[in-house]
Structure formats: C-alpha cells, structure tokens
Ligand binder design. Structure first.
Ligand code: CS2
Length: 487
C-alpha cells in the first residue's frame, strides 16, 4: 500500500516528482487566502510555490470559509498536495506553499491574528461569485443572512466580507499598515466591487473605519485564468503512479495559466514578474475578454451541451453545430462589446480559447461549469446582451445561453434533480411550474430580479429572443442552423 504524502514521506517520492525547492519550515506566512478550493491550489498557490524558491515570505495561511473538507484532507499531509498539469511530459508537482488551513467558523481569532500580523502583506480571495454577498446590481446585499449576522456579531463572522471588515479594523487598530486585498474571482471589476462591498459593510459599523479602508486599502482588479477540472479518480491514480505516494486531494489544471493584477503600490510587494504574473494598469481589457469571451462561451457549452447529452467541454466541442454556435457567438456577437480589445488580439484570443476547449486531456465537466448560473450569467453574459440591445445589434445568438439555462433548470426540475446554485430552491420551484410553453416559462424566469435587471427583462427584443431560443432548444438542445453560421 503506497505511503501517504507528508513532510515525513516527501523524500520518498519517486524520481521525477517536482518537490518544493525551498525549506518550508524556513518560510514565513506573508499571505492570507480565503477559499482554498481547487482553483486556488492550482493557480495562486502554484505562483506562491515558485515565489518561495527565492523569497521565503510567501507561505500561505488559507481560510476555509464554509467547509472543512480541504482542511481535513490536507492536514494529515502537512498541507502538502500534488498539482498535475495536463500536458505531455508535465511532471506532478508537490506544492508546499500552504502552511495551514484555518476553519473560519471554528477559529475566527486565528484568522484575525493572521490578518493583523505585521508579516502579512497580501490577502487574496477565491470564494466564487456567490461568496461576495452581492445583490443583482453588484452592491452588497445587506439583507443577506450572513451580512446580517456579521453586523450583529462582528467578531464571529460568517462571510468573507465580515472577516475582511473586522480583520482590517483590527489591523488598523494595532497600528499595522494596510495591505492589498485581492479578489481573484470572475467578477466584473472584481477589485472595486470587493472594495465597495467591504466599505459598505464597514460603514454600517463605523464611518471612520469605512473611510480608512476606502482611503488606505488597495483592492486591485485582477484577471485569473486556468481551466481547473475537479479532482477525479483518474487524477488520484495518476498522482499515486507518478509519485509513489497517495494524496487525499490533488488538483489538476491545463498547462495554460495566467494572472494579471492591477499595478498598485500595495501590490508591488513581491517580484511577481519572476513567476510570470503580469502587473498592468490595463486589467480591464484582460478581464472583459476573459469574462465575456471565455466564460460566456463556457456557460453556453455547459447548458446547451448538457441538453444535448454531453458531459465535458472537449466532448461538446466535437459537436459540430454546438462548436460553431459558440465560435460565432464569440466572433460575431461578443467581440463587438470588447471595444477593439486594446492590448489583446481578440481573433487570436478566440482561436486560443477554442483550442483550449478542444483539449481532450482536460476532462472539464459541463456540470461543474453549470453551477451557480444565477450568479455567473449576470457577470459573463447579461452585460454583453444589454450593450448589444442598446447598440441595436442582433441578440438572437446571445439569447441562446440564457434560454438554455432556463431549459436546463426546467428539465432538472422535471427530473426531480438538484441544482448547485444559491437560488437553487427558487429556481427549481420555477422549473416545476414550467410547462414548456415559451411565453409563460421565459416570463417566469425573466421576472427574477436577482438575476435579470428589470430594465433588461422589460426589453421586448430580449424577451422575444429568449422565447425563440427556448422554443428551438426544447429539451434536446436543438440549435437553429442559422445560428451556427457567421453573421
Ligand atoms: C468556468 C470557469 O466553471 C466555470 O464557470 O467557466 O471556472 C473557468 O474554467 C475559469 O474561469 C477558467 O479560467
């Protein structure tokens, strides 16, 4: 029986295993991260691991906000885990950057101590769109149960927003300088969005605190990108075969990885360029391309692909009509919203993205991408739709992923299935009321103001295009041929 990965067994990993090229015990914890999920461990922690090779300040104290699963899996491994890059000859890399995983609900004081620490120079987040407690328009949802709780019990927060407001208050009260708070989630203007949420929360406790955060704390915009399929049995077997050790929760991602951070003084605390991280004031161009092209295409593949019986992105891309729909959606309908693309060659970006989607070695489950649609569509698709309508551009193809999301929910409700979405109960209830009649079904979902801004839902051309797409898709995901051709 293979030994389990840990500090004690690391030296017995098979040759060819890439191990931490630094002495972990000699490193300091300078980085606090909220949300140690697969994406963080495959992306930011990978960059931290490479920084630690020449700068020992960057061990990570990770904070699990809701689930103890990752902590329970990695604590027996001294927080070592394997990263498998999905490319030819890519070695399995043991990542040593995590020093600890704190459970927010059980040890809030330990979290606050890390935020307050003079060693801490960076706070990052990957808590997914739903972790920000935002309402449909992108502002803090003060009625959110976690926000209500955290305002009442600030020293035992449930939300990241509550933790950040109280942690920054304590950091300020203890005389420590502010440090950058860096959202690494797929949100439009993620930095300013996070700042607005934290200062809105702080203002309900103390105007002085809100003003200090607003004035002194940097919330840089970022764009993060690497396709990170969920851990599966095949990965577990690959890791054991490659290292000779077992790892309870390894992670995997495509070879491509990118991290763009707004170039602010509080961000310039590490030699980011030495590990391939781009600091720029052009983050918006990268963000729009990523959210509006890659992520919108992903959601289209997910909802239409699931209706057409596919399970992975690569499989959906073999489906000719679907692949052509997605390509023309990107080239004809989304590109006009990117204002020329700036430093990015949009045509080349689309080509590269489609190539990444076709990568058969990346088993990216459509079901995983389909999660949290009520939070994802308002970020990655609806702004493009609203701009196209305002500019008088056609929205027939842009309406397809919206209609497919509705159809996906209706079919899931009819089958008695479950949804992973903050609005799951409400969405399934709407699904159960739906009969397949486009007019009634579409109107029922477009009335959801938590997802569809009333101003958009009220536009006849939008509702009409969604109805038409819903009618065409039916339950089998049929795509009108005219939408699979350019124009
Ligand atoms: C995907 C993203 O699950 C999803 O919604 O679209 O996680 C996507 O894989 C990443 O943004 C790629 O960088």
């Amino acid at each position: 029986m293979p030994l389990r990965l840990s500090e004690q067994t690391l030296g017995r990993a098979q040759p060819g295993t890439a191990r931490p090229a630094y002495v972990r015990a000699a490193c300091g914890v300078g980085w606090v991260h909220f949300g140690p999920g697969a994406f963080h461990r495959a992306h930011q922690a990978y960059y931290a691991d490479r920084l630690l090779e020449h700068d020992r300040r960057w061990a990570i104290s990770a904070v699990a906000v809701h689930s103890a699963g990752v902590r329970d899996a990695l604590a027996p491994q001294d927080y070592l885990y394997c990263l498998a890059e999905l490319g030819p000859e890519a070695p399995v890399r043991v990542i040593g950057a995590l020093r600890e995983i704190l459970l927010a609900a059980r040890e809030p004081d330990a979290v606050f101590a890390r935020i307050e620490s003079p060693d801490t120079r960076l706070i990052t987040l990957t808590v997914t769109e739903k972790g920000y407690c935002l309402e449909g328009g992108g502002q803090l949802d003060v009625s959110h149960p976690d926000v209500q709780h955290d305002l009442a019990v600030p020293d035992r927060p449930r939300s990241v927003i509550g933790f950040l407001a109280e942690g920054l208050r304590r950091r300020h009260a203890s005389g420590q300088p502010p440090c950058a708070v860096v959202s690494c989630d797929n949100l439009a203007q993620n930095g300013p969005t996070l700042r607005a949420a934290v200062t809105a929360f702080a203002a309900r406790r103390s105007g002085e605190l809100a003003r200090w955060i607003e004035r002194e704390v940097a919330f840089p915009r970022t764009m993060v990108d690497s396709i990170t399929p969920a851990t599966d049995e095949r990965l577990l077997a690959r890791v054991t075969q490659a290292t000779g050790l077992t790892d309870a929760w390894p992670v995997q991602r495509e070879m491509f990885t990118q991290w763009v951070i707004e170039d602010l003084p509080q961000v310039r605390v590490a030699d980011w360029a030495s590990v391939g991280v781009q600091l720029t004031n052009d983050v918006g161009v990268y963000e729009r391309a990523k959210l509006r092209l890659l992520n919108a295409a992903h959601s289209t593949l997910a909802y239409v692909g699931l209706l057409r019986g596919h399970t992975t992105v690569a499989e959906a891309m073999i489906d000719g009509p679907l692949a052509r729909l997605v390509e023309h959606l990107m080239r004809c309908d989304i590109t006009p919203s990117l204002a020329g693309g700036g430093v990015i060659d949009i045509g080349a970006y689309i080509e590269a993205t489609l190539g990444r989607f076709r990568n058969q070695s990346v088993r990216h489950q459509l079901e995983q991408i389909a999660w949290d649609g009520s939070k994802k569509l308002p970020v990655r698709l609806l702004p493009t739709l609203a701009e196209a309508l305002a500019a008088g551009r056609p929205v027939e193809r842009l309406a397809v992923p919206v209609a497919a999301w509705i159809r996906f929910i209706v079919e899931r409700a009819r089958a008695g299935g479950e949804l992973t979405d903050p609005l799951a109960e409400q969405l399934l209830a709407l699904g159960r009321q739906s009969t397949g009649d486009p007019r009634g079904d579409v109107a029922r979902f477009l009335a959801l103001q938590a997802v569809f801004p009333a101003q958009l839902a009220a536009v006849p051309a939008f509702a009409g295009a969604v109805r038409e797409a819903y009618r065409s898709l039916s339950a089998a995901g049929a795509i009108p041929p005219r939408l699979c051709a350019a124009g």
